[in-house]
Design a protein around this ligand. Structure first.
Ligand SMILES: C[S@@+](CC[C@H](N)C(=O)[O-])C[C@H]1O[C@@H](n2cnc3c(N)ncnc32)[C@H](O)[C@@H]1O
Length: 365
């Protein structure tokens, strides 16, 4: 028991207590006849301690680990999701704190509402306010999405945000979990339901098509969300990102030369092949036009000075997620290389290109 307590980082008293209340009972015996933890007991103890660390009460934990329909893999999946949610929440809180520190440093007053906002902040609740400055529909990307929607009449737009790429000529229902993003939808936009992709509140086959644009990488569980889309709609259209090719971070000079941290943000993201498989889709490249109207992360590949603009970066979640230090370094390096001509020298091949394949892909079933 002492050894297990030491490895798990809890007191022997805690283990006794779990034994007394029947939460984790050591079921094996040592050669001297003392009770000992079997591999199965250790697995259960690990689940109990992980849920406890996430703030669940003992009774809730007992219900969670006592559920016979949830096996070890399902528990790990659930714990992973809860931890990622925490991480996103922490990212959003850090972003909110940075904003408040910057405001205070400039001698600005911070309202009580702004102070409280930080506590309830989710990533898009924290950064969503800056979104509308540069994020809007690019007509060429919209045309490609519209072609992929085919003759669908009823469309579900998952992770809809403010409604870019939502077709106007079809019957659309939007799904968006962030209150800040929902609040920025125009009055004549499609009706929007507060929900997340992983658990869509619709019956099987309710829509002709479910679409999702530039959102899957934000989902707690992308594969579960994609399966949900497949469940509620007869077809699925998803604009996402390809990380299958080795060396993919080198496709775009911004990640190659200035922001290598971008790669680690997508380290856990499923492969394009796995996502395509999950919904039975084919993948089509989505070239980014040189004058892309939607200020997405790759939009300014031929207009590098745009990345030096604060309001441009604030509408791209990448910069919040890599953190202030990496952001400042990238901006400083790019500023220097634009001034010295080094950027132009390295990227001379881009000068005449009308569009670039930077890894955006449309999955279509
Ligand atoms: C980059 S925005 C894209 C919005 C819109 N689709 C567009 O193309 O402009 C990502 C959106 O995904 C939403 N989102 C984050 N987690 C989500 C989840 N689990 N399910 C559905 N949407 C989610 C965010 O709140 C945000 O509005």
């Amino acid at each position: 028991m002492g050894r297990v307590a030491e490895l798990a980082g809890v007191s022997v008293r805690t283990l006794h207590h779990y034994d007394d209340i029947g939460l984790v009972r050591p079921s094996a015996r040592t050669s001297a006849g003392y009770r000992a933890y079997s591999a199965g007991d250790v697995e259960r103890l690990r689940e109990v301690l992980a849920y406890r660390r996430l703030g669940f009460g003992l009774r809730e934990v007992a219900d969670l680990v006592g559920d016979p329909s949830t096996d070890a893999v399902a528990h790990l999946g659930r714990l992973r999701g809860l931890l990622l949610e925490r991480r996103d929440h922490a990212d959003a809180m850090v972003a909110a704190i940075d904003r408040e520190l910057a405001a205070r440093a400039r001698g600005l007053k911070v309202t009580p509402e702004e102070q409280l906002e930080m506590l309830g902040a989710r990533l898009y609740d924290a950064i969503g306010g800056a979104y509308t400055a540069t994020r809007r529909t690019d007509p060429r990307i919209a045309a490609q999405i519209s072609d992929a929607l085919g003759d669908a009449h009823t469309v579900l737009n998952v992770g809809a945000g403010t409604g870019s790429y939502e077709p106007r000529d079809r019957q659309v229902t939007a799904v968006e979990p962030s209150a800040v993003m929902r609040g920025q939808r125009s009055a004549d936009a499609a009706p929007c339901v507060a929900a997340a992709a992983e658990s869509l509140p619709f019956e099987n086959g309710s829509f002709d098509v479910a679409m999702a644009v530039s959102t899957v990488h934000h989902w707690r569980d992308p594969m579960a969300g994609l399966r949900e889309m497949r469940r509620v709609a007869r077809r699925v259209v998803v604009l996402t990102f390809d990380t299958d090719e080795p060396g993919w971070p080198d496709r775009f000079w911004l990640t190659r030369d200035y922001l290598p941290e971008f790669a680690s943000l997508l380290a856990e993201f499923p492969s394009l092949a796995a996502m395509a498989n999950a919904i039975g889709a084919r993948a089509e490249p989505v070239p980014v036009p040189w004058d892309c109207a939607d200020g997405l992360f790759e939009a300014y590949w031929r207009r590098p000075a745009a990345y030096l603009e604060d309001h441009v970066r604030r509408a791209m979640s990448v910069w919040t997620r890599v953190g202030q230090e990496a952001e400042q370094r990238a901006v400083q390096d790019l500023t220097a290389d634009l001034a010295s001509g080094r950027w132009a020298e390295r990227n001379s091949a881009l000068a005449g290109l009308a569009a670039a394949d930077l890894g955006l892909r449309l999955l279509i079933t």
